[in-house]
Design a protein around this ligand. Sequence first.
Ligand code: NAD
Length: 395
Amino acid sequence: MIIKPKVRGFVCVTAHPTGCAAHIQEQIDYVKSKGPIKNGPKNVLVIGASTGYGLASRITSAFGSGAKTLGVFFERPSEEGRPATPGWYNTIAFTKAAKAAGLYASNINGDAFSDDIKKQTLDVIAREMGPIDLVVYSLASPRRTHPKTGAVHKSTLKPLGAPYTNKTVDTDKGIVSEVTIEPANETETADTVAVMGGEDWEMWMDALIEAKLLAPGATSVAYSYIGPVHTWPIYKDGTIGTAKIDLERAAKAIHQKLDAFGGGRAFISVNKALVTQASSAIPVVPLYISILYKVMKEAGTHEGCIEQMQRLFATQLYNNSALKFDTEGRVRVDDWEMRPEIQEPVSVIWPQVTTENLAQLTDIVGYRAEFLKLFGFGVAGVNYEAEVEPHVAML
Ligand code: NAD
C-alpha cells in the first residue's frame, strides 16, 4: 500500500517502514561519523528502546562502542494492511543494521512495568548476553499497571496549586492560542509519580542485582528535563516535575546499591527539549520547542536525540571522560539549550508570537518536519509514492 501521514492532534496514526529505516540509518551514520567511543559499554539493556532518547542511546551504544544491546519497548505490531507504530519499524531497522555489522541485538515488546516482561528480559540476558554493564531507563508512558497492587495509574500533565495560563500552539493547524490548565489534585500527582517516577527503575535494578546479571561497576542512567521559566508551571513545577524529583531520589538510591557493588554508578541526565512522541503531548512545550529550534539553529548549536546521546556518551560517560555533575548531582546535556544567549532571545520572542507571525518568529516548519520524521515521513531519499508492505515481522 501507499502510506501517507495521518495526523490527529499530537499523534500521527500511520508510520512508514522504509522512512523509519532511513531515519535509523541517518542516526547510525551520524554516530559512525563521530568515530568510536573508547571504553564504551559492551552489554547494554535499554528500557524504552524503540523511539526518542532510548533509541538514540541504543544506536550510540551499538555503533559507537560495538555493544550488544537488548531493547525493551511497547509498540503496536503491524497487521495485514495496517502499519505498526514507528518504534516497531525503527527496531526492525536497527536490528537488521546491528546484525549486518556483526552485533548482537535482541528485542522484547511488552509492558516494561510488568513482572512478566522483567522476567523475560532477565532470561534473555542470562541465556544470551551475560552481565549487563549499562542500563538505560528511558520510558515515557501515559499509564502503568502496578505489578504488585494491580492498580492502574495514569500520568497527567498539569500544574500544581493554581491554574496555569500560557500560550500554546496547535502544531498541526498552526494556531496559537491561550490555554488554561487546571491544577492537579493529590491523586493525579501521586499517579503521575507512580508512572513516571523512579519506583519501576528501582524494581528493574533490584531484579538485575538479585539475578546477579549486573557487571561489577555497572552504570545506569535515566533521563529528565528542566527547561526554561516559560514551561516551569506545566513541567518542572507540575505533576511531571514531581515525578522527575522522584526519579532523582531513585537515582541516588540505585547509585548507593551499585556503588557498593563494584563501584558502579547511577545518575540522571537532564536532556534537551526535543520533538518526540512524548514531548508533543505536553501543552505549551511544542511552542517553546518551535522557538528554541529557531534560536538554536541560528546559533549553530541545535541537536537532535542522536547528537545529544552521542555527546553524553562520548564526552561524559565514556571515552576516558568524567561525569560533570550540577549542584543537585545531575549530568546536564541541556547545557547548550540553557545558555543565556539561547534563553534570552527565546524570552524576547515568546510574548510576540501569534498565529499570523508563527512561521516567521518560530521554526514551526522544522517542528512539523521533525514530528513527521518520527513516523518515517519526509526522510530524504525515500519514495513516498511507492507501494510498501506495512506488515513486517519483528526480527
Ligand atoms: P518516547 O515517547 O520517544 O519513547 C518512549 C519509549 O518508552 C518508547 O520506546 C516506548 O515504546 C517505551 N514505552 C512506553 N511505555 C512502555 C511500557 N509500558 N513498556 C515498555 N516500553 C514502553 O519518549 P522520549 O521523549 O524519548 O522520553 C524518554 C525519556 O526522556 C523520558 O523520561 C522523558 O521525560 C525524557 N526526556 C525527554 C525530553 C524530550 O524533550 N522529548 C527531554 C528530556 C528528557
